[in-house]
Design a protein around this ligand. Structure first.
Ligand SMILES: [Zn+2]
Length: 591
């Protein structure tokens, strides 16, 4: 079997799209959610499990599992084929293009490096101190395996020579960021030396880079050293731990964000797995958009120091502009980060996460720490921190609630406090949120009727058989409709449908090789989803009534247009005195 067909057979489009979009049932067989390709507040993105297709009525995009992955992941078709092949265990012949070749080689190299580092940590006689170190941090074998953690001893080119033997070239290894050119002489050396090696994985679980934590006693370079940006690693697009957290986050309805990768490891130990780390850099819009595929609620738990507070405030503000619900897990005083909390008080972290606080509570806790609210200076400092956050709130109820809380805290009348709010400026969404929003033209009533009728007809061979002759004259010689109609007709002629191979899917397959494939698919998909929307939950008798009414409407419109055309011809014939034609047309008009 063709790998493409085999993948389609093994993959359920609902599972695939469900990894990116929160889908809710819509009608008896369909699902809908917020479109990942344009910015919207009410869902116009539809998925059909029966037909294994999707369509967005907002931006008029649609297709099957391959087109979804290509658009979502920015992949070419061969890349999407390999990607979905891996997912479904279908063997796909690899790598026709130079670009995907580079990516694939870099991924392979990182995969080998990760296994190499881990083997060194587990087995090498040079890793004794490293093994004691991870043990002292309470990271058991299970967690080392789960996160793929390894070790590289203090040597110049242990990994580089291993990879050379595996057939990688020096320039490939430099490109991967794992090796560096020697400053003097020729050859390469390892970038990471004498470090605990923590793999950085993308949300699919591919190792794309590393964080090397220096071992006690290694004062070469920074405490945490990261891979440089490479064709497979961009730090602004990666969230540490997301590959493990994404499914669980959806079950819990929220995800926790921390600063350090080792906070994530510690958190898993405490049973909180819906967690990711920004890896010590500022949260980016790309990272937040990635998260949005899985949840709309973020619980921040940044470090308790001043830098952590500033980073949390920035991240919260960006997340708010992307319409996340924001909460915070507030660390007990004197505890620096979740890692320390889990080491010292197992179980407390899990409780803190379960009882996260609204963002305002977090701000209040922080800005009042060490302040004496009987003193006017401290009062003012606290008000200065809190009021802007209240000003930003879009809900009046929320705003009034927190005003009252702050008024009580500072012992100032709420009316006075309200006066010092800056007027609320509309939240300007961060740039590029709505990538290429193309709002589709709303269809005329006629076009809508045509789509619903066509979509209904191709629902099964029986309905097609019953109605096709009646529909054909109503297609008005429109090129795309005629092509689609003819494809349906030849599908109809070519045999009966089976459960796996429905009438719809066979028409769709025929489109694959058509030069106008894309426009035809959009027409076909949108028609089928319009049927879902129009008839969902209607009893069959009502559906038939509705179909009849649509036919009558379209037939009426066609007749009206025909008569208008006749009347126009008649006027022309009268104008030039062509009496024969006048008589003939009059007869037609009166018939
Ligand atoms: Zn859309």
């Amino acid at each position: 079997m063709d790998p493409k067909d085999e993948i389609k057979q093994k993959l359920d489009i609902l599972d695939l799209i469900g990894e990116y979009v929160m889908l809710k049932p819509s009608g008896s067989t369909g699902f809908k959610g917020l479109c990942p390709f344009h910015s919207e507040k009410s869902p116009s993105f539809h998925v059909s499990q029966d037909r294994q297709n999707w369509h967005c009525f907002g931006c008029n995009e649609g297709g099957d599992c391959f087109s979804f992955v290509m658009k979502m992941e920015g992949m070419t078709f061969p890349e999407a084929l390999i990607h979905l092949g891996k997912k479904t265990g279908v063997e796909v012949l690899r790598l026709p293009t130079a670009q995907s070749n580079t990516r694939a080689r870099l991924l392979l190299m990182h995969d080998l490096a990760q296994k190499f580092y881990q083997k060194v940590l587990f087995d090498s006689s040079k890793a004794g101190a490293a093994r004691s170190y991870v043990q002292s941090r309470g990271i058991s074998q299970d967690f080392l395996v789960r996160f793929g953690i390894g070790f590289v001893p203090d040597e110049w080119n242990l990994l580089s020579s291993f990879l050379l033997k595996r057939g990688f070239s020096e320039s490939e290894m430099i490109q991967s960021g794992l090796s560096l050119k020697r400053k003097q002489g020729t050859g390469i050396i390892d970038r990471f030396r004498h470090r605990l090696m923590i793999p950085l994985r993308d949300h699919h679980g591919n190792t794309v880079g590393f964080t090397g934590r220096s071992m006690p006693g290694n004062d070469q370079g920074p405490k945490y050293m990261n891979s440089p940006e490479t064709p497979i690693y961009s730090k602004s697009h990666i969230l540490f731990g997301l590959d493990l957290a994404k499914r669980i986050a959806r079950d819990y309805g929220f995800i926790v964000i921390v600063e350090g990768n080792l906070d994530v490891v510690a958190s898993h130990k405490d049973g909180v797995e819906q967690i990711v780390a920004s890896s010590g850099t500022a949260l980016t819009q790309e990272q937040l958009e990635l998260l949005k595929r899985y949840t709309h609620t973020i619980v921040f738990a940044f470090d308790a120091d001043a830098a952590g507070f500033t980073a949390a405030k920035k991240g919260m503000s960006l997340a708010r502009s992307l319409e996340f619900d924001i909460r915070a897990a507030i660390l007990p005083e004197g505890i620096k980060d979740p890692d320390e909390l889990v080491q010292k008080f197992p179980g407390v972290w899990r409780e803190l996460v379960a009882h996260s606080q609204p963002m305002m509570q977090f701000l209040m806790t922080h800005v009042t720490r060490g302040k004496d609210l009987r003193h006017i200076d401290d009062k003012q400092a606290v008000a200065k921190e809190l009021l802007p956050a209240i000003s930003e709130m879009s809900s009046v109820v929320e705003r009034e609630h927190w005003l009252q809380v702050v008024a009580d805290l500072l012992q100032i009348s709420i009316d006075q406090l309200r006066l010092s709010l800056t007027p609320k400026t509309p939240v300007i969404p961060a740039a590029n949120v709505s990538k290429e929003v193309k709002i589709v033209e709303s269809f005329s009533k006629e076009e809508k009727a045509r789509r619903i009728l066509f979509g209904y007809l191709i629902g099964s061979v029986q309905t097609f058989d019953l109605f096709e002759k009646r529909l054909f004259p109503l297609l008005e010689d429109q090129k795309l409709w005629i092509i689609l109609y003819n494809l349906a007709k030849s599908t109809y002629a070519s045999g009966s449908q089976t459960a796996q191979n429905t009438f719809f899917s066979r028409i769709r397959d025929l489109l694959e090789t058509h030069p106008m494939k894309e426009s035809l698919q959009v027409l076909l998909d949108s028609s089928s989803f319009m049927v879902d929307q129009t008839f969902q939950d209607l009893p069959p008798q009502k559906v038939l009534e509705h179909i009849e009414n649509l036919f009558l409407f379209l037939e009426g419109q066609t007749q009206k247009r025909d008569r208008e055309a006749l009347a126009r011809d008649l006027r022309q014939a009268e104008a030039i005195g062509d009496t024969d034609t006048v008589h003939r047309l009059l007869e037609q008009l009166n018939s």
